[in-house]
Design a protein around this ligand. Structure first.
Ligand code: 5GP
Ligand code: ZN
Length: 117
């Protein structure tokens, strides 16, 4: 069921503490931890604790939690002293999504090109 933990989901396992992660912030509804393969000096993932496959389906089902994710992305960037940063929600394998549990990439700490690849 949407929102329920999924046994085969890596990020549900991180929420459950079954897979370790370097957690930088936690709220009642969200978890923020460092990406294992950072693409910038600051590369942190902000996830809802509930399972939804992507950002849009999270926003449709639980708009308050989607807002929590965005607010936490800003908090993470502020803690990292990243004045300029990028929030990315890869959606679909063609866009590079590999973990189908909604997550925001917060990227900063270096110049970021626009448009992205
Ligand atoms: P996506 O490709 O779905 O947009 O993002 C998934 C991200 O999760 C990737 O940037 C990848 O490096 C990261 N990732 C994959 N496995 C792990 C893990 O076990 N721990 C952490 N911290 N990040 C992971
Ligand atoms: Zn999940």
């Amino acid at each position: 069921m949407a929102g329920e933990p999924q046994a085969d989901c890596l990020f549900c396992k991180i929420v459950a503490g079954e897979v370790p992660a370097t957690v930088v912030r936690e709220t009642e509804t969200t978890l923020a931890f460092r990406d294992i393969n950072p693409q910038a000096p600051t590369h942190i993932l902000v996830i809802p604790k509930v399972h939804h496959p992507d950002a849009a389906s999270l926003a449709a089902a639980e708009p308050k939690i989607a807002a929590d994710v965005l607010r936490e992305a800003g908090e993470v960037a502020a803690e990292e002293k990243s004045e300029s940063y990028r929030i990315v929600f890869n959606t679909g394998s063609g866009a590079g999504q590999t973990v189908f549990h909604a997550h925001a990439h917060v990227l900063g700490g270096r110049g970021l090109q626009w448009p992205p690849g």
